[in-house]
Design a protein around this ligand. Structure first.
Ligand SMILES: [Zn+2]
Length: 339
């Protein structure tokens, strides 16, 4: 009540000021009439600072989580220009919006995950009243309905049922500062920055433990995968080739989040014996601490549709990697998409 009458008094006072301030009866006066609501706004801002109305979840959030914090995040996303249903579930649409937002910010890692740096950036966007163009970063969805519509998020599922869009190229490919069994630059040395940094940390820890890990093969373009698959079909027949090789679009190596690793004990080969080496055992134990999983584990061939590959590491972030490795499950099972 008190606030209401104060506002009314202020408004009246402003109107009086306007009347007394009228020197000429031109149309310009109509424009100067605007300060009336502005005074009210100023008054409100003093009692309720704008930044107190904005609530950003404090904790790290990612795909498939469901709680009130996710709903808060969805409200924030809508305030900066998205149009998301407030479901409280970190669904495909929420992941898509976070990814799209991250692509539009120069200093953010593109992950699709709501982490501390994304939180700080969103806070800035809100305070500056930034309004983003939804879809500007990630682009329109692929016209191919079967293709993954958000290949940039780090939890993207790429397999024989979920292909990357044709022509997809990952963002921020770099060569991780780790050892390779060859010197020259080859495109396959590359990974996405977010995965490369994690891989450097993991290799440093392995080195500390007295191990000799080598990176062998990371990023592969769509065209390169096309050539590899064609060569394998020619040599082994299509059915056999499909069991150990991927069709273009269906290889995780195209995401830039994968690296095949090896060691001198197996002559730098990508072979099942690598799993029995000290390096292979160490990875099984520790890869998740750096956000990596052994993507095609032993005994899960029916789910992954791949044979056991102890050398094939996929980056998905620490939170999901820890759960997957502890439970001994696959990415398909984690995402609830196991067939
Ligand atoms: Zn691989």
């Amino acid at each position: 009540m008190l606030k209401k009458s104060l506002t009314a008094t202020l408004a009246l006072f402003a109107v009086m000021l306007l009347i007394t301030g009228c020197n000429s009866g031109t149309t310009a006066d109509k424009q100067t009439a605007e300060p009336v609501p502005k005074d009210e706004t100023d008054n409100q801002e003093k009692t309720e600072p704008a930044n107190k109305q904005i609530q950003l979840p404090q904790e790290h959030l990612q795909k498939h989580e469901n709680n009130d914090s996710v709903k808060m995040l969805q409200e924030v996303l809508n305030q900066v220009g998205y149009n998301i249903d407030l479901t409280g579930t970190y669904d495909e649409m929420t992941t898509w919006a976070i990814t799209d937002y991250q692509i539009q910010q120069e200093n953010l890692s593109v992950t699709g995950i709501y982490d501390d740096t994304t939180k700080d950036s969103l806070k800035n966007s809100l305070e500056n009243g930034a309004s983003l163009k939804s879809g500007e970063g990630i682009g329109k969805n692929s016209s191919d309905a079967a293709a993954i519509n958000n290949p940039h998020e780090i939890l993207a599922l790429v397999n024989k049922d979920n292909a990357l869009p044709e022509g997809f190229e990952p963002i921020n490919l770099v060569v991780p500062d780790v050892q390779f069994p060859f010197e020259d630059f080859l495109p396959k040395k590359q990974m996405r920055q977010v995965a490369a940094t994690a891989m450097e940390d993991m290799f440093a820890a392995a080195d500390e433990a007295g191990l000799e890990l080598y990176a062998q093969s990371g990023y592969r373009s769509y065209d390169r995968q096309d050539a590899i698959f064609a060569a394998n079909v020619q040599q082994h027949g299509e059915e056999a080739a499909n069991n150990f090789s991927a069709r273009p679009g269906e290889s995780e190596h195209q995401t830039g989040l994968t690296m095949d690793v090896t060691s001198p004990d197996v002559n730098f080969k990508l072979t099942v014996e690598f799993g029995e080496t000290d390096e292979g055992k160490w990875l099984k134990e520790h890869a998740a601490e750096y956000g990596f999983i052994i993507r095609y584990p032993k005994g899960k061939e029916d789910t992954t549709q791949y044979q056991y590959e102890p050398w094939h590491l996929r980056y998905i972030g620490e939170k999901a990697a820890t759960e997957i490795m502890e439970k001994g499950i696959t990415l398909e099972e984690y995402l609830g998409e196991a067939s």
